[in-house]
Design a binder for this molecule. Structure first.
Ligand code: SF4
Length: 232
């Protein structure tokens, strides 16, 4: 049985060997190596990585974090993915409901301490949900923001001690749009309303980008925060 030390070495080797591989090849490697102990995470901004994974591992687990603050369109995209794609959607929820969090920490914690809010509503549930897997895939892309510019295709997630894949790291938004159009992949309808990155619905967390901005510019805009903490 492989140990996490074996997987760390495997991840570093695969990171070198699969840097130029296609997204399907990266996911095929994960399916062959980890089987059902591999999952995809999705924010339901689109279902591109879930679709790619389903082509190499039908029935693959697709993990979605329901923070309690999502746009209705995001929940609708999650439900449509579950109903129409050959994947197994798993919804993770925080330990506290929004009402319980408001009671304990005060309302609108996202405006006052978004790092704490993200830690409780995103990071902890994901850490808990990934416990049963050896590898997980994300939809991170290098063109999304400066903080993601060096995203490896395959890496060692030292915090969680798992292999972390970003099979579309080298893709651009145009690549995503082209794949979605060619394959009829579900996209979050908010993308047609001017949003370029979709997270939780409070304005302090997700806004439409300003003139000349793109990618994740509308996320926690003006706060200096660029990531929720899952990918640090
Ligand atoms: S994105 Fe905003 S609402 Fe969502 S968990 Fe983070 S701070 Fe809270």
């Amino acid at each position: 049985m492989a140990t996490t030390t074996d997987y760390e070495a495997l991840a570093l080797k695969a990171g070198r060997e699969l840097e130029e591989a296609s997204a399907q090849e990266v996911l095929q490697w994960a399916a062959d190596t980890f089987g059902k102990r591999f999952c995809v995470t999705s924010s339901m901004e689109d279902a591109v990585v879930a679709h790619l994974a389903s082509t190499v591992l039908p029935g693959v687990d697709v993990v979605f974090l329901d923070t309690g603050y999502h746009f209705a369109e995001t929940i609708g995209t999650r439900d449509a993915v579950a109903a129409t794609m050959p994947v197994n959607v798993i919804t993770l929820t925080p330990k506290l409901t929004v009402a319980e969090q408001d009671a304990q920490y005060g309302p609108q914690l996202h405006d006052r301490d978004p790092d704490l809010c993200c830690a409780m509503r995103k990071v902890e549930p994901l850490d808990r949900g990934l416990a049963g897997y050896d590898a997980w895939a994300t939809g991170l892309r290098r063109d999304e923001s400066p903080s993601r510019a060096n995203t490896p295709v395959v890496a060692w997630d030292a915090k969680r001690r798992k292999v972390k894949l970003s099979p579309i790291a080298r893709w651009t938004q145009d690549d995503v749009d082209a794949y979605a159009q060619t394959n009829g992949v579900l996209m979050n309808p908010l993308l047609w309303e001017g949003y370029t990155s979709i997270g939780c619905s409070p304005l302090s967390c997700t806004a439409k980008p300003g003139e000349g901005e793109q990618g994740r510019a509308g996320r926690w805009a003006g706060s200096g925060k660029t990531e929720c903490g899952i990918h640090l």
